[in-house]
Design a protein. Structure first.
Length: 313
């Protein structure tokens, strides 16, 4: 009921510890008196505090039935008031503790000992009315993660082709803008500005025009002649190499074809080869296989029948 009542009033309670007391208490707000069945004691760790909408004229109904004014920042409530309409008995926060708002708390919150983010540094020290505050160290900026959380992120450098427009701060990142026509920026930098493009004088001509990332490249007439000669030599060498490769390939192909036909008989050999042990049924076939273009006068000798006893003369 306590949490529900406080939340309905728009009170934010990140960390509180409440315990019930025997008697009730009332908080006077713009919407009237609200019963609080607890004496509120809140803890503070890493800047977590009880946020209320108390103001300098806020009052609460004490356990003794009197209406008391709340304690100011830098104090905590030690006792309720003893006279109706007066301020409660408030005590100042001792060293190392603080209270940053009007309150009816019975203790002050402990000061934070360090900044949570490793890339943050203390900006102000803790005192009775405020906890220590932190900021991102140089070169980093505060980036919100949502829900009130934040981290320190390194400033973004400007890329080639851009220049610095706004320097980064602990609260904001670097802002970069594109280089205008006629200027360039070749490096990644947090501070660089775009530089004007160079021009080629009368004795030199443009080899590569200036763009947003690189300056113009100029070349002299003598250098141009040398480049032309080198290009011509290279092209000539490539052409000669191509011719040599072609000739070598054709030569090797000719040798291959020659080797394929080297095993065939010449016409003179065929005259002797074809006329040996041929008959009219095999002569044409043998001629075609050996010497298809040879015009041979071949004597065909009939092959004698097989016999176990015969002598060739």
């Amino acid at each position: 009921m306590l949490l529900r009542s406080l939340l309905s009033l728009g009170l934010v309670l990140p960390v509180i510890e409440a315990y019930l007391s025997s008697a009730g208490a009332f908080i006077q707000t713009s919407t009237g008196l609200h019963h609080v069945e607890a004496e509120i004691r809140f803890l503070n760790r890493n800047k977590r505090t009880l946020k209320t909408n108390f103001g300098p004229h806020s009052t609460y109904r004490a356990n003794n039935g009197l209406t008391c004014l709340v304690c100011p920042s830098g104090f905590y409530r030690k006792y309720d008031c003893t006279t109706n309409g007066t301020i409660a008995a408030c005590e100042p926060c001792k060293g190392g503790y603080y209270n940053n708002q009007y309150n009816i708390a019975t203790s002050c919150a402990r000061c934070s000992a360090y900044c949570i983010d490793k890339n943050a540094v203390p900006e102000t020290t803790c005192n009775a009315t405020a906890d220590m505050s932190c900021r991102c160290k140089d070169g980093y900026f505060n980036h919100s993660k949502g829900s009130g959380e934040w981290i320190c992120i390194q400033h973004s450098p400007c890329k080639p082709g851009t220049e610095l427009q706004t320097t980064g701060t602990p609260e904001h990142d670097t802002v970069c803008t594109m280089c205008e026509n006629g200027t360039f920026s070749p490096n990644v930098s947090l501070t660089a500005k775009c530089l004007p493009c160079s021009t080629c004088d009368g004795e030199r001509k443009v080899q590569k025009a200036c763009d947003e990332k690189t300056d113009v490249i100029c070349i002299s007439n003598d250098e141009t002649s040398i480049v032309d000669i080198v290009v011509a030599v290279v092209l000539t060498f490539i052409a000669i190499a191509g011719i040599v490769v072609t000739v070598v390939c054709l030569h090797r192909k000719g040798k291959l074809n020659l080797s394929k036909t080297s095993g065939k008989k010449t016409d003179e050999d065929c005259k002797h080869y074809v006329g040996i042990d041929l008959n009219e049924n095999t002569i044409n076939e043998r001629k075609e296989l050996c010497c298809p273009n040879a015009e041979l006068e071949i004597d065909i000798y009939p092959i004698p029948p097989k016999s176990n006893n015969y002598t060739l003369t």
